[in-house]
Design a protein around this ligand. Structure first.
Ligand SMILES: Nc1ncnc2c1ncn2[C@@H]1O[C@H](COP(=O)(O)OP(=O)(O)OP(=O)(O)O)[C@@H](O)[C@H]1O
Ligand SMILES: [Mg+2]
Length: 353
């Protein structure tokens, strides 16, 4: 049995259903991320697990025990919030020790445990400082140390990096992942940043409008999305215009999917080639004209007008030697295997070989 489970979780607020039948199971030591747009119910689910609000119906278990009758402070769950929630008048040491006060931990043990927690987040040298004199990243490390010092059975983090600048976010997310793996605490992490989710998670749970769209490893979520929502939310997507031109291209590739409503392909699956180059049973070549060229340093995006719509083609560093200008005539190579089809209910259709 999984370490933490939520089964059929429903949260009904007055006039609004924030969670509509959500089930997850998180394994011991796992880094599990809830990913989804604003308002999809991530915080509501996290707060239900922490015990700050009750589910309207459904069950939550931790290590095999039903949590319904366990008050929040007895759940042994550490929580890190988006705003740093540090006490400005307390030293870094006292901020971290705060969580241990109600637990009646002996003074000497408080000292060693706080010191350990501060070392883990690289704040050992700053124990006597006041938080006001510290950066956002350092303040969030205090929050992380405070959550960990209680030796929680589960760590919950609600968008802990969203108030930090981009560079620090990347630095700290690597640190959070390293620390999590070292202390080996099952962690549920909330973010609406897809790249962050891909970078740090063992598994990702993509949510939309109070429901789960898909649960899987980062590779599964990105490479094998099961719904149009997931495909669109994680990564970027070209949607092809339906009509006779698309039918002709699919015919060339011997692709038939009678229930297909939407055909898509990712920009990085497309390539620009010369006339007559690369086409065959596994690749279609679409003639087009460059509408826009966006140079991004490591890569570039070329917007190409074709007879199945405007397609973004992502070029890697190796292909950047020849710059493209609006009006250039080009050929877009479409690999058969990279096309993804979805039905009218936006569910992925498996394409037969
Ligand atoms: N106490 C409440 N009463 C009524 N509706 C609420 C209440 N709390 C949350 N909601 C609604 O439930 C939905 C889910 O909210 P929640 O905070 O879980 O979203 P979220 O996924 O965490 O979003 P964000 O990324 O913006 O933090 C939202 O539409 C919100 O307005
Ligand atoms: Mg939230």
């Amino acid at each position: 049995m999984a370490y933490l489970t939520v089964v059929d979780g429903v949260k009904q607020f007055v006039g609004f259903r924030a969670l509509n039948g959500v089930s997850i199971s998180v394994e011991q030591g796992e880094f599990f991320t809830l990913l989804g747009p604003s308002g999809c119910g991530k915080t509501t689910l996290l707060r239900a697990i922490a015990g700050f609000n009750d589910l309207t119906s459904g069950t939550i278990t931790l290590a095999g025990k039903d949590l319904r009758s366990v008050p929040p402070h007895q759940r042994d769950i550490g929580m890190v919030f988006q705003d740093y929630a540090v006490f400005p008048h307390l030293s870094v040491f006292d901020n971290v020790a705060f969580g241990l006060k109600p637990r009646k931990v002996p003074q000497a043990e408080i000292k060693t445990r706080v010191a350990e927690a501060l070392d883990a987040v690289h704040l050992g040298a700053l124990a006597e400082r006041l938080p006001a004199a510290m950066s956002g990243g350092q303040q969030q490390r205090i929050g992380l140390a405070r959550a960990m010092v209680i030796n929680p059975r589960l760590l919950l983090m609600d968008e802990p990096l969203s108030n930090l600048d981009a560079k620090l976010r990347i630095e700290l997310r690597e640190e959070i992942r390293d620390i999590q793996k070292r202390v080996d605490i099952a962690t549920i992490y909330v973010t609406h940043d897809q790249e962050e989710a891909l970078a740090i998670s063992d598994r990702i749970c993509v949510m939309s409008a109070g429901q789960i769209e898909q649960i899987g490893t980062p590779q599964e979520i990105y490479g094998d999305p099961q719904t149009l929502f997931v495909a669109n939310f994680v990564g970027t997507l070209n949607t092809l215009d339906t009509g006779p031109n698309l039918e002709r291209m699919l015919g060339q590739l011997s692709l038939r999917a009678p229930n297909a409503d939407t055909w898509t392909i990712r920009p990085e699956s497309l390539r620009l080639v010369g006339e007559g180059e690369g086409a065959g049973p596994d690749h279609a070549a679409l003639e087009g004209t460059v509408a826009k060229f966006t140079y991004l340093g490591r890569e570039a995006h070329v917007l190409v007008k074709t007879d199945v719509g405007e397609l973004v083609v992502q070029l890697g560093a190796a292909e950047l030697k020849t710059l493209r200008s609006p009006g250039d005539r080009v050929f877009v190579l479409v690999p058969r295997d990279a096309l993804m089809a979805f039905d009218a209910d936006t569910k992925r259709i498996k394409l037969e070989d």
